[in-house]
Design a protein. Sequence first.
Length: 207
Amino acid sequence: MRPLILLLFYLLPHHQSLLTVIHLPPSPPNVRPARVKHKPTYLSDFVCNSSGDSLQSSSSGTLYPISSFHSLDHLSSSHSVYTLSLTQHTEPKTYSEACKSEHWIQAMNSELEALARTGTWKIVDLPPNVRPIGSKWVYKIKHKSDGTVERYKARLVAKGYNQIEGLDFFDTFSPVAKLTTVRMLLAIASIKGWIVHQLDVNNAFLH
């Protein structure tokens, strides 16, 4: 650091001034002490197949690291590849994370095009004294039976949890089948020997 220079002016009689220059020693730099970084404790809950990670977990203070008790060695090579492929791709939690991947951008565009094509909503003016409900994106990766990625699915949902009961809504209704009803239908189909068909509704925003 450069030394500081202090200028002092002294007023003298007869409207004269005296300039004094004082050189001050440089102040010591403000150096922050280096912090010791430790591995987060929650990382010990994950499976680490390398011996180096196991030794590091033991030396960090974890008495019983999961890598010492859980291993994928008993699985076949195909099952091991399938298990590891499930953690290869991650699902974003926020819109900013999804915008960094071209796959999720294409998935969001497909969702918006489907909503516009089916006429899910129409743009109107907001009535007075009415609070609008926001929306958010939900991202999900669909896998095939062999573990490969089938498609990237992005859904646009409404933030219904932001509504206040008695102010934004009064009666609630959720058209969701109970698990007991589904079990009863499957039991009847099994007894009667019926063929059960399953379908997936694409772009079911209103349902």
